[in-house]
Ligand binder design. Sequence first.
Ligand code: C2E
Ligand code: CA
Ligand code: CA
Ligand code: CA
Length: 275
Amino acid sequence: AKATNRGRMQVFEPWMLGRHTLLLSLQTDLQDAARLEQLTLQYQPVVSLTDDTVRGVEALVRWQHPEHGQISPGEFIALAEGTGMIREIDLWVLRRSCRAMLPLVQAGRLAKLSVNFSPRHFDQPGLPEQIAAILSETGFPHHALVVEITEGVFMRRHRLANVMLRELLRQGVGVAVDDFGTGYSSLSYVQRLPLSDIKVDRSFVAAAAQYPGIIRSIVDLALGLDMTVVAEGVETPEQLEVVRALGCDYAQGYLLSRPLLGPDLIAWLDARDAA
Ligand code: C2E
Ligand code: CA
Ligand code: CA
Ligand code: CA
């Protein structure tokens, strides 16, 4: 038995009562979390595999619950997707991270800010307009934003998703396919849309030394389509060398840096500049 993405239980058993009650109360708490400043952001650097420069950062949301402590995004994103709250959260993340990263972009210290958008945004029209409004409100440049989506977007409502993604690309916003290779869709959509980045899931990075063929074929595909390849979840120097040798463009992972709070990101950038 497991929780569905609506937070309902498929099979109810007494031992689940505690967890079920927790999930229900968390769902209510989440409504207030952004307003009450319980949500915070961390930024994980993305580094070039060709010249070691910092390309940019990915914004990752954190929830510090007053009673339950840090709740991992893996847990509360699923809850928020169930209620539709995720749309508000993602737009809050966009507004917050644009404001926080704008000075670094203007100073030429970061070229790209990546923000995750749940497949739930593609169930209805409006996302490109909502993003454009936040970019103009914050003064953040379109070309410095990358919207990260998972392959799941192409499964549901793919015609609407195509229209919206094309509109974002037309505005100069980049679109990255996140966790590439973990979905069960065919690769045909990447050939039909002028997407900007492919993010290779960390499961392939972890297996790259033994099974380099998967990343090699992703790099081949990306070369033909003029897409940038980012290797995710790089944890060891060996993995870094393998993804570099296989032709990935950028890397992200604990080896380079954990996700950092804003001030720590600036300190990290300063330390690199000084080195
Ligand atoms: P993701 O988009 O694939 O983000 C990368 C995740 O991998 C992050 O986990 C990051 O902390 C973790 N990570 C980075 N480097 C390494 C590494 O070297 N090793 C390992 N083991 N992990 C690494 P996090 O922050 O827990 O986020 C988990 C997922 O939650 C994200 O996966 C994304 O799907 C979702 N998420 C996070 N923030 C947001 C958001 O603002 N909106 C939406 N819709 N989803 C979000
Ligand atoms: Ca992501
Ligand atoms: Ca990912
Ligand atoms: Ca992931």
